[in-house]
Design a protein around this ligand. Structure first.
Ligand code: MF3
Ligand code: CO
Length: 258
């Protein structure tokens, strides 16, 4: 069952979403060559707690940190630690915050210093795929419209969509129904309705779509070690159309796209 949220509940989720957006902007400001991913994790956790929220990921199925920090060929779920960022890296950062009983979830892939043209294109394609998916978050559409829009945008840009990882419904729990694949057929799947809230999260690779899980049992990398990108927003379907709950002024000011 897809749990629908009231307008008041969506406003509460938006407050969690602002904390997520600000935490991501803060991480982005500090994600520079020489900084470790563990330092970024500490920074994010302190900010989230000082905002009255809790880092949703910490302790989730034993996950040991507050954020996921996934450099270069790591697709998602990189555990922050001693990895020191270097000029030319790309770093996907995923943040979840629980505030007032609701979760918001968002990810952004940062360029560390100057990155190559191919990496720039990958990041841009992933952002565009996310927004193509968000655009389909409208009452009367079907789940497959979101999936198809993401897949089309990604493949037209010459990149591949990871098949084994999906977006998801989000609310009082981080993972609610439905699962939202980043590939699929338009018009298929459940009809979308106002009050549904989804974490839309394309994970796209410069090379092949296959991924492998590391020995730490969390980090997931591209099988061919090509670069990967991940962008995610928590989005509510409202009578006025899609409402992004994890965008904020701060994020725009920090030079990050909504
Ligand atoms: N955004 C990710 C997801 O939706 C974050 C989960 S990380 C975990 O699955 F550690 F909490 F599992
Ligand atoms: Co998510």
């Amino acid at each position: 069952m897809i749990i629908r949220k009231s307008a008041e509940e969506i406003d509460r989720m938006a407050r969690a979403g602002i904390v997520v957006a600000r935490a991501l902007a803060l991480v982005g400001e500090h994600a520079r060559p020489g900084v470790t991913t563990g330092e970024l994790d500490t920074l994010a956790e302190e900010f989230i707690r000082s905002s009255g929220g809790a880092p949703t990921f910490k302790g989730y199925r034993g996950y040991p940190a507050s954020i996921c920090a996934s450099p270069n060929s790591v697709v998602v779920h990189g555990i922050p630690g001693d990895y020191r960022l270097a000029e030319g890296d790309v770093l996907a950062v995923d943040v979840g915050v629980t505030l007032d009983g609701f979760v918001a979830d968002s990810a952004y892939t940062f360029a560390i210093g100057e990155i190559g043209a191919a990496a720039e294109r990958l990041l841009e394609a992933c952002r565009e795929a996310l927004h193509a998916g968000i655009e389909q978050c409208r009452a009367g559409n079907h789940l497959g419209d979101i999936s198809h829009a993401i897949q089309t945008a990604t493949e037209e840009a010459g990149f591949s969509v990871v098949r084994s990882l999906v977006g998801h419904g989000v609310g009082r729990a981080m993972h609610e129904e439905p699962q939202i694949p980043n590939f699929g057929e338009p018009g298929r799947g459940p009809a979308l309705a106002s009050g549904m809230v989804f974490a839309i999260e394309p994970m796209i690779n410069a090379g092949g779509a296959d991924v492998v899980v590391h020995d730490d049992r969390w980090s997931i990398s591209t099988a061919d070690e090509s670069l990967s990108a991940h962008f995610e927003h928590t989005v509510a379907i409202t009578p006025e159309g899609p409402r992004i709950l994890t965008a904020s002024e701060d994020r725009v000011e920090a030079g990050l796209l909504q």
